[in-house]
Design a protein around this ligand. Sequence first.
Ligand code: TYM
Length: 360
Amino acid sequence: MSDFGQLVFSGVQPTGNLHLGNYLGAIKNWAALQQHYNCLFCVVDMHALTTSPEPKDLLRQTREVAAAFLAAGIDAEKHIVFNQSQVRQHAELAWVFNCIARMGWLARMTQFKDKTGKNSEKASVGLFAYPCLMAADILLYRAAYVPVGEDQKQHLELTRDIAAKFNADYAARIAELGAAIARPAGGAEAGTKVCDGFFPLPEPLMPPAAQRIMSLRDGTKKMSKSDSSDMSRINLTDNADDIAMKIRKAKTDSAPLPALVEELRARPEADNLVGIYAALTDKDKASTLAQFAGRDFSAFKPHLTEALVTKLVPIGEELRRLLKAPDYIDAVLAKGSARALPKAEATMKQVRNIVGFLPG
Ligand code: TYM
């Protein structure tokens, strides 16, 4: 790839049904970014191991997530679609980062705290160290941009901290080997910031109206794969009837839609549904409100259902079609992994040299 430093990397865990949050928060954005950047899109199966899945479930869900990428329009010919465990360098770099990151940094991760609650003593070491593996995923390709939902922002900040500490700890060695990169580090004013370490400091890209899609039953809770109520989320495989029913039953308040975005602040369910509509129709919340201000949810919900059905049902159909050909999906992932591997190895070779491992 000739555009070193402008690379996009992102990933999804194969841990259950993909839902509207995954689509609007991440995958839809990928489909847009692939028009402008070279991208790597990864099914992060090693991350999924932290949830102790049945081996056969992990295999099936790995294929399902890959199929969802393709069904959502990711071009696996132009870009690299692969699964993490087929590129062993992810694990190798994660070990180096385990030795860079501090216990205190990881102990502050809210996702770890949310997932373990008071039971952190019983949590696996893998779940605790998970953000180091995520940093390795991104930095192995020295990616500049990482399109994710808001729940991953803290992990991205940690990735930047790990990159900065590696650059600082090994500054002399990086200079001695001439391994530094001096180039734009991206951002709003791309070209103005210069990174002269070995690793760039990657930036999250979050879609403004959809960075945090909330549960349809409770606008203060994130829409998630792990919610026990299927009514709380719209799955990528839901049919038009499921979608219509879930939106009809979605929690709202009794006031009509307001005219101003600020007025949504104290109305989490309204805010969520407006955000979903805006993201699906490529608008912002302000223009969505301009269209629907003063109207009741009974008038708004059919429009929302229509937008969801138009976007998601064809993806669900394509997903089901692709899943009938698991060999094809496996071949896409094998080919993507074979393309990712030399890029990963090029970085790892330099990392081994920087930290002082024998070249082998
Ligand atoms: P995961 O698998 O939980 O989620 C995949 C993507 O979906 C986004 N997302 C949401 N966005 C908006 N609203 C929601 N309710 C919602 N739920 C999920 C997530 O932010 C994410 O972008 N740790 C990551 C996977 C990962 C990764 C990486 C991501 C591993 N290595 C490297 C980027 C780069 C995760 O568990 O995402």
